[in-house]
Design a protein around this ligand. Structure first.
Ligand SMILES: [Mn+2]
Length: 303
């Protein structure tokens, strides 16, 4: 019987891929486990590299277990309090798990657990085989938003690029984009669901305005969405309870936002708020933050 290595419940790509990568390093007697269904992004990664999904684990009471990408009982397997934790490899805050004996506990403030797993390979003067390198690299790209997240360190980037080379990922940027597109489920959502994915209302003077934000790695996906959302916002305008509606279509790869809007006075507000040189005044290069780069400007313009 194998000792299972598992990430957290509601697993993300790092939780699944770090378990797979660490089980491959540990070798015979160890297997990767998971505590929930694979999300579409992770499914894409495993298909891409031809790697099997880890075993779905039940109650782990009385069993030996290794935790990756988490160290809190609330996020872990049912029965974890009665399980024997052998090791923990993680990059989160220390969350209160106690053990009765000393264990290998490797926690580092890096962007991804898969980075630490790769460091453990290096510690044994090894590197993962191609398909394992591929899933570990994918986890780093996922957790760091392809090196764009403020949590990403130089170490994450260096290791991801080393793994990419082993895995034969020629263009890391292009691969990350493909992975994020596969993982975003915008295609299956209604216009209303998309508008309310991340939507907040604000007030300035006597004007109530709503600003939604959709973030995507795919400029094409956003351009397809643009006319659909414009039409939906105009048709359903009355039901949103705002004088103006704005929707940020934020392209992570291009580091820009395309702003669509409707409501009386919205165009004037946009013209006043943003001094974009682009022919289309709603293309905002460098704009990715609603909180810092859109709401204060609109608030001022509407005063
Ligand atoms: Mn992680």
């Amino acid at each position: 019987m194998s000792i299972y290595i598992t990430g957290h419940k509601n697993p993300d790509t790092d939780s699944i891929c770090s378990a797979i990568g660490y089980a491959a390093l540990k070798g015979e007697g160890y297997a990767a486990g998971r505590l929930g269904e694979l999300n579409p992004e992770t499914q894409f990664v495993l298909n891409h590299f031809g790697v099997d999904a880890p075993t779905l684990l039940g109650n782990m009471a009385g069993q030996e277990i290794i935790l990756v990408d988490h160290n809190e009982a609330a996020q872990s397997a049912d029965g974890i309090e009665e399980a024997k934790i052998l090791e923990i490899v993680d990059h989160h805050k220390i969350g209160g798990i106690k053990t009765s004996e000393p264990i290998m506990f490797c926690n580092m403030p890096l962007g991804c657990t898969a980075t630490i797993v790769t460091m453990l390979y290096k510690h044994e003067h090894k590197m993962p085989e191609a398909k394992i390198a591929g899933v570990l690299c994918s986890a780093i790209l996922s957790d760091t938003l392809a090196f764009r997240s403020p949590t990403c360190t130089e170490t994450d980037k260096i290791i991801a690029l080393q793994l990419a080379e082993i895995a034969g990922i020629a263009d890391v940027e292009a691969y990350a984009k493909e992975m994020f597109v596969a993982g975003s489920e915008l295609g299956s959502k209604t216009e209303k669901e998309i508008l309310y994915l991340d939507f907040k209302k604000f007030e300035s003077g006597n004007t109530t305005f709503g600003v939604g934000q959709v973030t995507s790695m795919s400029g094409e996906e956003l351009q397809e969405l643009k006319p659909r959302m414009q039409q939906y916002m105009e048709q359903s305008f009355a039901e949103h309870g705002a004088d103006m509606l704005f929707l940020m279509l934020t392209d992570i790869m291009d580091e820009s936002t395309d702003l669509i809007y409707c409501g009386e006075g919205a165009k004037e507000a946009v013209d006043k708020a943003f001094t974009s040189d682009a022919a289309d005044r709603t293309y905002l290069k460098g704009c990715m933050s609603r909180k810092k780069q859109v709401v204060p400007q609109l608030t001022d313009a509407l005063k």
